[in-house]
Design a protein around this ligand. Structure first.
Ligand SMILES: Cc1cc2nc3c(=O)[nH]c(=O)nc-3n(C[C@H](O)[C@H](O)[C@H](O)COP(=O)(O)O)c2cc1C
Length: 134
């Protein structure tokens, strides 16, 4: 899903960096977040919540109070799917401009789901361009 969203952003000409929290130090990720106009968070639902790595990162990010960001969330789930709502709530708390409710996909994304991800990426790229032009 992250790669498909990246593909959509690429089509708008907006530069995008795909970051895996499993292999990136939170301080390095924060540097990218602070430099970014938009932050798109992705996480599966685990035990009615976010994966601990995303929950921990958001706790860290909240403390550093990033400002003036566009935000969006996506994630796969099996039956309840709370992670996207929780990521949105965390971004709302940081006063991010949440453009859309977020993309939730049951288990493994199919071709249609991935096309939705590409379209979401395009919309976010266009929102970044519009904000930059203001
Ligand atoms: C231990 C465990 C707990 C899970 N808990 C939930 C849950 O509470 N709600 C839910 O919607 N999906 C739950 N899931 C399903 C995952 O969200 C789903 O497997 C994941 O989105 C699909 O990614 P994967 O292909 O990496 O497993 C759980 C999965 C595992 C393995």
């Amino acid at each position: 899903m992250a790669k498909a969203i990246t593909t959509g952003i690429d089509t708008t000409g907006v530069s995008v960096k795909l970051i895996n929290l499993a292999v990136s130090h939170r301080s390095d990720v924060m540097t990218d977040v602070l430099n970014a106009k938009a932050v798109i968070l992705g996480c599966a639902t685990l035990n009615n919540g976010m994966l601990p790595r995303m929950a921990g990162f958001l706790m860290y990010m909240r403390g550093l109070k990033p400002t003036n960001k566009i935000g969006a969330a996506f994630g796969s789930f099996g039956w309840s799917g709370e992670a996207v709502k929780l990521m949105n709530t965390a971004m709302e708390d940081m006063k991010f401009d949440i453009l859309e409710p977020g993309l939730r996909v049951k288990y493994v994304p199919n071709h249609f789901d991935l096309q939705e991800c590409v379209e979401m990426g395009k919309r976010i790229g266009q929102a970044v361009i519009a904000q930059t032009a203001e």
